[in-house]
Design a protein around this ligand. Structure first.
Ligand SMILES: Cc1cc2nc3c(=O)[nH]c(=O)nc-3n(C[C@H](O)[C@H](O)[C@H](O)COP(=O)(O)OP(=O)(O)OC[C@H]3O[C@@H](n4cnc5c(N)ncnc54)[C@H](O)[C@@H]3O)c2cc1C
Length: 143
């Protein structure tokens, strides 16, 4: 978002900083979900490799290390850039995306979440909550 604001392509009246919300961070391998504030760098160096290695194998190819320390799964998904590596991974792995509001949590497939380039099904009163990843067989093949 900040590069878009820097280029004067967006003029938000209000900015809410969610980076301190611990509930949105972390990887729950038992519950097979990923906090949306989990950064690319966390994925690159996590125990997730044992159960869903495509996610960890992709991470080092994203941008440069400084961006990977700041960029999050949630920010990437809501930005919905079809050229980004995670778009391919989310669609390929049939990842489920959880959106939360005061009305509760709804779970969408990648096809339901990504409407078109840079546009998602996220409603104005919703936040991206968690991302559920599939736990794969011990030696999945994707070469
Ligand atoms: C120089 C550079 C190079 C890059 N190269 C690559 C690359 O090679 N490959 C690649 O895949 N990606 C690349 N990216 C994208 C990068 O990996 C980040 O994923 C992306 O910029 C999102 O950043 P962010 O997490 O800071 O999200 P932000 O910019 O903070 O957020 C993006 C949007 O999502 C919204 N948002 C964020 N979190 C939530 C939430 N939980 N709920 C609701 N809305 C939310 C924000 O309001 C904003 O509209 C690059 C980015 C930069 C700046």
């Amino acid at each position: 978002m900040l590069p878009i604001i820097n280029m004067r392509l967006a003029h938000p009246e209000v900015l809410i900083d969610i980076s301190g919300l611990q509930v949105l961070t972390g990887i729950d391998v038992v519950g097979d979900t990923l906090g949306v504030l989990t950064t690319h760098r966390m994925l690159e160096t996590t125990q997730l490799r044992a159960v869903c290695p495509l996610l960890t194998d992709l991470a080092p190819f994203i941008a440069l290390l400084a961006v990977r320390f700041r960029g999050t799964r949630g920010g990437f998904l809501v930005h919905a850039d079809p050229s980004a590596k995670w778009s391919m991974a989310v669609a390929t792995l049939r990842t489920a995306i959880e959106l939360a509001s005061s009305a509760g949590v709804r779970r969408l497939s990648a096809e339901e979440f990504f409407l078109r380039m840079l546009v998602t099904a996220l409603a104005p009163d919703e936040i991206l909550w968690r991302v559920a990843f599939p736990v794969l067989a011990p030696e999945p093949v994707w070469r």
